[in-house]
Write a protein that binds this ligand. Structure first.
Ligand code: PPS
Length: 307
């Protein structure tokens, strides 16, 4: 089982050098997200957009096999390699021999991503989400994981939030490269007009999934007819994904992280916009809003979140 320290130290364990020097192809597709911002969702959508909306083909393959995490696959740490195998990838899986177009995911900050992204300009789909909902989603993940690794769960959401806004301590079981939400998101916000970058929000995907599928198809230069768009939107809506074992990562949850997928998967949990209101106290909210103002004071970011 992967312990908290392994995950917490994973910035080095992940061998950033290996990731930085990874050979990128111009037709690669990277799904980049801050954790808990819609990664699993996008990992389900992109392969379908590329295969013309054939949901049958992908039903038998775990999401992490279709779209492997660069962060873990390029690690040579045995514990993190176990995570990769738990994802369903064969031992010794090699991205260098994977057929194009490769679709890969990462939670890493851009400074840890392959250097060749800047030169080869593969397509990057970046998904962001209201940081308050991200915090709540992370909280659920971390609360389940900490006892598994013999650490105490947080006493309250408020104590978790104090660590979340610093990406410290127990939060590193999920925010493993120690990056703050604002540093991750502002980097890609500032690059949102680059032609190889598609910047999307979780909230907008919730509002109009079919419209976002079309946007993704156009960005990936994939032809989709209206039926295919509808099929993808239906297959990828929250209710369908909640019943999709390949997206719930049942095997990963139960074999590697010991989260009981029978009860609820942290990868497809509530799927709500604004769920944070049930967790933030008035004081949490005031502090967070002040911090958000400070984080964003030098830029024109407008993600239309309800803050
Ligand atoms: S991870 O662990 O970082 O890869 O998590 P990630 O997949 O980025 O985020 C998990 C949250 O995304 C929600 N989710 C969805 N929301 C809406 N529609 C669909 N189809 C969907 N699939 C996953 C999931 O429920 C997590 O959010 P919370 O708020 O915890 O429910």
């Amino acid at each position: 089982m992967v312990d908290a320290e392994t995950i917490a130290n994973s910035k080095t364990d992940l061998q950033v050098e290996k990731i930085r020097n990874f050979q990128v192809r111009t037709d690669d597709i990277f799904v980049v997200t801050y954790p808990k911002s819609g990664t699993t969702w996008m990992k389900e959508i992109v392969p379908l957009v590329l295969n013309g909306g054939d949901t049958e083909i992908i039903k038998g393959t775990p999401s992490d096999v279709r779209v492997p995490y660069l962060d873990f696959v390029l690690s040579s740490d045995p514990e993190l390699q176990r995570l990769v195998v738990g994802f369903g990838l064969p031992e010794g899986f090699d991205l260098n021999t994977t057929e194009s177009p490769r679709v890969m995911a990462s939670h890493l900050h851009a400074k840890y991503l392959p250097k060749q992204i800047e030169e080869k300009k593969p397509k990057v789909i970046y998904v962001t989400r209201n940081p308050k909902d991200v915090a709540v989603s992370c909280f659920h993940f971390v609360q389940k994981e900490l006892p598994v690794v013999n650490e105490k769960p947080y006493e309250s959401f408020s104590t978790f939030l104090t660590d979340f806004v610093k990406a410290k301590n127990g939060t590193q079981t999920v925010l493993y490269d120690g990056t703050l939400w604002k540093d991750h998101v502002l980097h890609w916000w500032n690059r949102r007009h680059e032609s190889n970058v598609l910047f999307l929000t979780y909230e907008n995907m919730k509002r109009d999934l079919a419209g976002n599928v079309r946007k993704i198809a156009s960005f990936l230069e994939a032809k989709l007819d209206d039926d295919a768009v509808d099929r993808i939107a239906h297959h990828c809506c929250f209710e369908s994904m909640k019943n999709n074992p390949m997206a719930l990562k049942s095997k990963y949850c139960s074999n590697v992280l010991k989260v009981d997928p029978g009860k609820s998967s942290p990868f497809v949990r509530k799927g709500k916009v604004g769920g944070w209101k049930e967790y933030f106290t008035v004081a949490d909210n005031e502090h967070f809003n002040e911090l958000y103002k400070e984080w964003t004071k030098d830029c024109d970011i407008d993600l239309q979140f309800e803050l």
